[in-house]
Design a protein around this ligand. Structure first.
Ligand code: PGA
Length: 251
């Protein structure tokens, strides 16, 4: 049994005052949904304020990126240990990081290992571009991202991951994948690759989220699929009503 998992990826949105207002709005409804894992991922500068608000709520906190080095002359970067002081999760390899900030399967792999080393749970993002999708390369691309991104992990390490399949053409566009197509990628490509790398038992235990234009009105259709274990939600996580509705759908 995989516990449903819903995470909000706020991206570059919400200053500290706005973050506090959003979390205060979410708290009553979201803290009650104990049958699922709920996580919010604000910008770095909001993390400490949000951590205080979430204390005792059962709601998890995540960052959206980190560097793999523990300290040193890396201007502008944040170390794994710094995040481990304030949160439990970190989104790694989001397609926007790959697209705009040069991240690759190799850098994602280093970040996953560094996050695990300090006890953070990585939410590892994978997904194909529109061109790759139209060229029929989805399975090949997604399989490569899993194989190279997770290279060298033991089954014990792999078991700690959460994976998010987010087709790039579905992110922020309102064009979600069909639940059936997404489920086929989750089951036949992602979980199959996890099984070959980590063993069937570990693969069966790993949550695979769908991301890309998840909204209150399509959430149930995704969550009712066999291998869609939750969602990584962007735009709809920025409003109390829509994020709560999605979390309720998962619960
Ligand atoms: P979206 O973003 O829900 O706005 O499509 C999802 C994501 O990028 O994580």
């Amino acid at each position: 049994m995989r516990k449903p998992f819903v995470a909000g990826n706020w991206k570059l949105n919400k200053n500290a005052a706005e973050a506090v207002a959003l979390v205060n709005g979410l708290l009553p409804g979201l803290s009650a949904l104990e049958s699922i894992d709920r996580v919010v991922c604000p910008p770095f500068t909001d993390l400490w304020a949000v951590k205080e608000l979430l204390a005792g709520s059962g709601i998890g906190l995540g960052a959206q990126n980190m560097y793999w080095e523990t300290s040193g002359a890396y201007t502008g970067e944040i170390a794994p240990g710094m995040l481990a002081e304030v949160c439990q999760y970190v989104i790694l390899g989001h397609s926007e990081r790959r697209q705009f900030f040069g991240e690759t399967d190799e850098t994602v792999n280093r970040k996953i290992k560094a996050a695990l080393a300090v006890g953070l749970t990585p939410i590892v993002c994978i997904g194909e571009s529109l061109e790759e999708n139209q060229a029929g390369q989805t399975s090949e691309v997604v399989n490569r991202q899993v194989v190279q991104g997770l290279a060298g992990l033991t089954p014990e390490e792999g078991a700690k991951l959460v994976i998010a399949y987010e087709p790039i053409w579905a992110i922020g566009t309102g064009l979600a994948a069909t639940p059936e197509d997404a489920n086929a990628i989750h089951r036949d490509v992602v979980r199959a690759a996890l099984g070959r790398m980590l063993g069937e038992e570990t693969a069966a235990s790993i949550r695979i989220l769908y991301g890309g234009s998840v909204k209150p009105d399509n959430a149930v259709s995704f969550f009712s699929q066999s291998d869609i274990d939750g969602a990584l939600v962007g735009g709809a996580s920025l409003k109390v009503d829509s994020f709560l509705a999605i979390a309720q759908a998962a619960a």
